[in-house]
Design a protein around this ligand. Structure first.
Ligand SMILES: Cc1cc2nc3c(=O)[nH]c(=O)nc-3n(C[C@H](O)[C@H](O)[C@H](O)COP(=O)(O)OP(=O)(O)OC[C@H]3O[C@@H](n4cnc5c(N)ncnc54)[C@H](O)[C@@H]3O)c2cc1C
Length: 408
């Protein structure tokens, strides 16, 4: 009788949870051990900054599976279980509690953590970040009507939090050190569109201003800013990006460069795989290494990794897709912002529903869809097929995008 093999997945977030399911779905009949540091079972994070705060929804509203799923699928889930070290030569790992486990296949899905700020007072009570369901529970209780809330950072998390805090009746200020919101992700016109929307909801946006210190005795009372001014605050949330959890991999000798380096099958070599936010994969469509922090990447990469583990390799890649919801604005982004030759607008921003395309030569390389999710499929086809386009036809809402996907 052949020995039972063990697939160990480190990190019980979205990518880790989906890897367990994909392994079973694609025919892994041996042992699956899913180890997660958090106390909560695998869940999706997007609701944490949105309906969990606006509708006081359960932070586990995005839970991946019902509790009985794990037993039904013979997946051993261990929560509040941190992996402290890996021994690649021995194929073993050590738990923070001192226990050891052996693996035949190892999948690292350790995700990201919120970046903190290294300035005075950053550890005061009332200064927080948002990454986990536990963070969302704490944050939700602090968003009382009338509370003075400051968001530090005008990225996706900061902006979604600004919208959620405003919806809860808080007095909201958002600080962004750069002169534009989401400068690295959006064309200026779209940043301005979002800025106008937030201002209309009463959010005070302070662009080009950073925080120098958080002030208070034990509990936050205010912030000192880079322009010399001071803001009073009951609660501050730092939303200045996320850092990939690569330390475990790095200490074990795996190559890392702002992410665990893997090929287009999520393989780091030697039966070790990495996927989701913590990995930088060689993208089969983009043709270069990329680290993505998105729901879609955590959802799709496990399928590719499980295929490779089960000897049915399909290279992983595609047009990156990300969305954000702020108030009644649903913004979907396809592709990654890059130096462009031309921006093309389709539709009228005043109407609240429009598209903005970035073209390199005659091809669409980025697209932003504002309240136009129904157009995602044809836009994706245009980009995937690298179809050459006439910019005037693209700008004309009377020319259906579907027609352009057929090259005319
Ligand atoms: C508030 C919020 C809102 C978001 N909204 C959107 C959105 O609207 N659209 C979108 O596309 N994306 C969104 N994202 C991004 C998306 O949720 C992430 O890309 C996705 O969660 C990544 O999944 P992951 O499993 O790779 O990592 P994670 O979800 O970070 O999971 C990794 C898990 O590994 C655990 N872990 C780490 N180290 C160890 C260890 N040593 N031992 C054991 N366990 C360990 C961590 O505790 C964590 O539970 C959002 C993210 C956040 C935080």
């Amino acid at each position: 009788m052949s020995r039972l093999r063990t697939a160990v997945i480190v990190g019980a977030g979205q990518a880790g949870g989906r890897t367990a399911a994909q392994l079973r779905k694609q025919g892994w009949q041996d042992r699956i051990l899913l180890l997660g540091e958090e106390a909560d079972p695998p869940y999706e994070r997007p609701p944490l900054s949105k309906e969990v705060l606006t509708q006081a929804a359960d932070p586990l509203t995005g839970r991946l599976y019902a509790p009985e799923w794990y037993q039904e699928n013979d997946v051993e889930l261990r929560l509040a279980c941190q992996v402290a070290a890996l021994d690649l030569a021995d194929r073993t790992l050590t738990l923070a509690t001192g226990g050891r486990e052996s693996w035949d296949v190892l999948v690292l899905a350790t995700g990201c953590r919120a970046r903190r700020l290294d300035c005075p007072g950053a550890d005061l009570a009332g200064v927080t970040t948002l990454r986990t369901a536990a963070d969302a529970r704490t944050l939700s209780s602090g968003l009382q009507a009338g509370a003075e809330v400051v968001l530090v950072g005008g990225g996706f998390i900061g902006l979604e939090l600004a919208a959620s805090a405003a919806a809860r009746g808080c007095s909201v200020t958002l600080l962004e050190a750069r002169p534009q919101l989401l400068e690295r992700a959006l064309p200026n016109q779209l940043s301005d569109f979002l800025a106008a929307r937030h201002r209309r909801e009463g959010v005070e946006l302070r662009l080009g201003v950073g925080v120098v210190a958080f002030e208070g005795e034990e509990k936050l009372q205010g912030l000192r800013l880079s322009d010399g001014s001071r803001l009073s605050a009951d609660l501050a949330v730092i939303g200045v990006g996320a850092l990939p959890n690569v330390e475990l991999a790095q200490a074990a000798g795996l190559a890392c460069q702002d992410g665990i380096l893997v090929d287009s099958h999520c393989s780091a070599g030697g039966s070790v795989y990495a996927l989701g936010d913590c990995s930088r994969h060689q993208d089969a469509w983009l043709g270069r290494p990329v680290r993505l922090e998105s729901w879609e990447n955590a959802e799709r990469a496990p399928q590719a990794a499980a295929g490779a583990i089960l000897d049915r390799p399909e290279p992983y890649g595609g047009v990156p897709w990300f969305w954000t919801d702020q108030y009644d604005v649903n913004l979907q982004l396809l592709g990654l912002k890059q130096p462009l030759e031309r921006e093309v607008l389709r539709g009228d921003p005043e109407s609240g529903s429009f598209l903005s395309f970035g073209l390199a030569g005659e091809r669409v390389v980025t697209a932003a869809l504002v309240n136009a999710g129904r157009e995602r499929r044809p836009v994706k086809q245009l980009m995937e097929g690298r179809i050459p386009l006439d910019a005037d036809a693209l700008a004309d809402p009377d020319v259906p995008l579907k027609q352009l996907t057929k090259g005319g």
